[in-house]
Design a protein around this ligand. Structure first.
Ligand SMILES: [Zn+2]
Length: 158
């Protein structure tokens, strides 16, 4: 879920990954763009040292839940409405998980490359920090898969 108000200047933060990646943040501003929504302006900046974010405009749509209030959604460049946008390593635009082929962990379990990385912590760590986009995505997928194992099944590594 997302809350916002017209004219507000906000800082959006998101967590890192264990001790592999530090947290990041961006400054952005909102404006009205229609009766139904808001527009988010992101100026070019660094989300953290060495991680540039391109200037980007993202529309927000609003729905009204049964119990009242408003619920905001990001409108991705592909026109999908989404609660979350992603900024993969090495890329500068926020897009939805479909745009970046970030599938759910159930699908990732069938990817042997992800499975192998998840079994090998140092290889996963190297993949995440390698700076090469596709390899880093595999590493992040492996991390999510590993987290699922350790969190839900009590599976333990090392
Ligand atoms: Zn998208």
């Amino acid at each position: 879920m997302f809350t916002a108000s017209p004219g507000a200047v906000s800082t959006i933060t998101w967590p890192g990954i264990e001790d592999l990646l530090p947290p990041s943040k961006i400054d952005c501003a909102f404006s009205d763009c229609s009766p139904a929504g808001l527009r988010l302006f992101i100026p070019r900046q660094l989300a953290r040292p060495g991680v540039p974010v391109a200037a980007q405009v993202i529309d927000l749509t609003v729905t009204r839940p049964h119990l009242g209030g408003k619920r905001y959604w990001f409108q991705c460049g592909c026109a999908r409405r989404t609660e979350r946008l992603y900024l993969p390593l090495g890329l500068e635009l926020f897009r939805c998980r479909y745009c970046y082929h970030l599938t759910y962990t159930s699908a990732q379990q069938h990817d042997q490359r992800v499975y192998d990385l998840a079994r090998d912590f140092s290889a996963m760590q190297a993949a995440i920090s390698c700076g090469e986009h596709r390899r880093a995505l595999l590493g992040v997928s492996a991390f999510i898969l590993r987290f699922k194992w350790t969190g839900k099944r009590g599976f333990c590594f090392d």
